[in-house]
Design a protein around this ligand. Structure first.
Ligand SMILES: [Zn+2]
Length: 397
């Protein structure tokens, strides 16, 4: 009997060991990846800013406990923004029936970081948008159809961005921006069974890198974005949808004390992974007005800064036009130029189709066809499934 029990125990032990082997190997892969990232970053080229823009980096789409289903507080948020060296945070509080979340959330400078008081809004057409800044009537106006909602708030000077593009119904509506990637949406696609074992082996040493290992290029939403921009200008950006409330805990009491607690998305962690870089003219003061104006114009690129600081990236024409600019057909052929602070695979796309590719810290493309041209840059790290940088388009019309 004893021998039988021993055999069963040995068998169980072997099964557990065997089931963990892939995750031990994945930890080894993360260690390798981390070394490779350090090696690539040692080749960093400090690019002299060759144009008239300064780069401001920040996060768009952030919630606190003001608008429900978030546990985040202003203190935690402000500190996290400062520690992550952000220049701006665009708040997007959910609306509430009895009070105006846009006037209660952060607006202005805190610890040197500029906050803008946006809101996340629904319309009667079933679309969901980020409205920046927010407005006292936005809760009530969720009964408006999308076209009427956008008409009203654009006339009041608000920016309207699509969030959850996979649910967008009013594709023809006149919105200004498009959240092609959302950390929250990406996180929800993670297989929890896989992630828990990955976390057991790798969380302590590589928590942030592990999270970005699960990043995947959102092909469907980029396809929709490219369809839209073939016809008109729309600003592309990445959203965080940061709530600071996703976590696991094993033991706790009613007072909220948690004995074993793993919080996946504290603001500070979320703020270090992927950022929007906005280009504002150097001779302008950086404030809410100049920030929103630059975003509206499309002077923005998205960078997974955790893999390497993307500051210094530029996508421009030989004549100094930059992302978001519209160039007349008569100016063709146009010479497009990409500058990268790290050696990378530089892919040029026209209306979403790849037209050219090169490798290095600089690339030049001569184009003579109309279309929306944008760049995607990939670090030489084949296990990653997401571009390191995605630019907004330069439009040749
Ligand atoms: Zn949200």
């Amino acid at each position: 009997m004893k021998r039988k029990l021993k055999k069963v125990l040995i068998l169980l032990f072997l099964i557990v060991l065997l089931s963990q082997t892939p995750f031990i190997y994945r930890r080894y892969e993360l260690a390798k990846l981390s070394e490779e990232i350090a090696r690539i970053n040692s080749q960093r080229k400090e690019l002299e800013a060759q144009d008239r823009y300064a780069d401001y980096k920040g996060i768009i789409h952030v919630h606190t406990n003001l608008g429900g289903h978030s546990t985040g507080h202003f203190e935690e948020l402000i500190k996290a923004a400062q520690n992550s060296e952000l220049d701006f945070v665009i708040m997007t509080e959910h609306t509430a029936e009895f009070f105006d979340t846009s006037s209660l959330t952060l607006r202005g400078k805190y610890l040197g970081v500029l906050f803008v008081n946006g809101q996340e809004v629904d319309t009667a057409s079933g679309d969901r948008f980020l409205m920046i800044p927010g407005h006292a009537d936005s809760f009530m106006d969720s009964k408006l159809e999308t076209a009427d909602f956008i008409r009203k708030y654009k006339s009041l000077g608000r920016l309207i961005f699509v969030t959850y593009p996979e649910r967008l119904k009013s594709k023809e509506a006149d919105f200004d921006g498009f959240e092609f990637f959302s950390l929250n949406t990406n996180a929800r696609r993670i297989n929890p069974g896989l992630f828990i074992f990955d976390a057991v082996w790798s969380w302590r040493s590589y928590s942030e890198l592990l999270l970005t290992k699960y990043f995947a290029r959102p092909d469907d939403s980029l396809r929709l974005y490219d369809e839209l921009t073939a016809k008109r200008k729309v600003t592309l950006f990445a959203g965080s949808d940061a709530h600071s409330n996703i976590g696991f805990f094993l033991l706790g009491d009613d007072a909220g004390n948690k004995v074993f607690y793993l919080k996946l998305d504290p603001y500070e962690r979320v703020f270090r992974l992927i950022r929007n870089h906005v280009l504002v003219e150097k001779d302008k003061v950086f404030n809410e007005e100049t920030l929103l104006e630059a975003i509206k114009r499309g002077r923005l690129f998205v960078g997974v800064d955790l893999w390497g600081d993307t500051r210094g990236f530029r996508f421009m024409t030989e004549n100094g036009q930059t992302m978001g600019d519209e160039i007349e057909e008569t100016e063709m052929p146009v010479r497009l130029k990409v500058l990268s602070p790290l050696p990378a695979k530089i892919v040029l796309l026209r209306n979403g189709e790849k037209v050219s590719e090169s490798y290095g810290t600089e690339a030049v493309f001569d184009v003579s066809e109309k279309g929306a041209y944008r760049a995607e840059l990939y670090l030489d790290l084949p296990t990653l499934r997401m571009p390191w940088i995605i630019s907004n388009p330069i439009y040749v019309r």
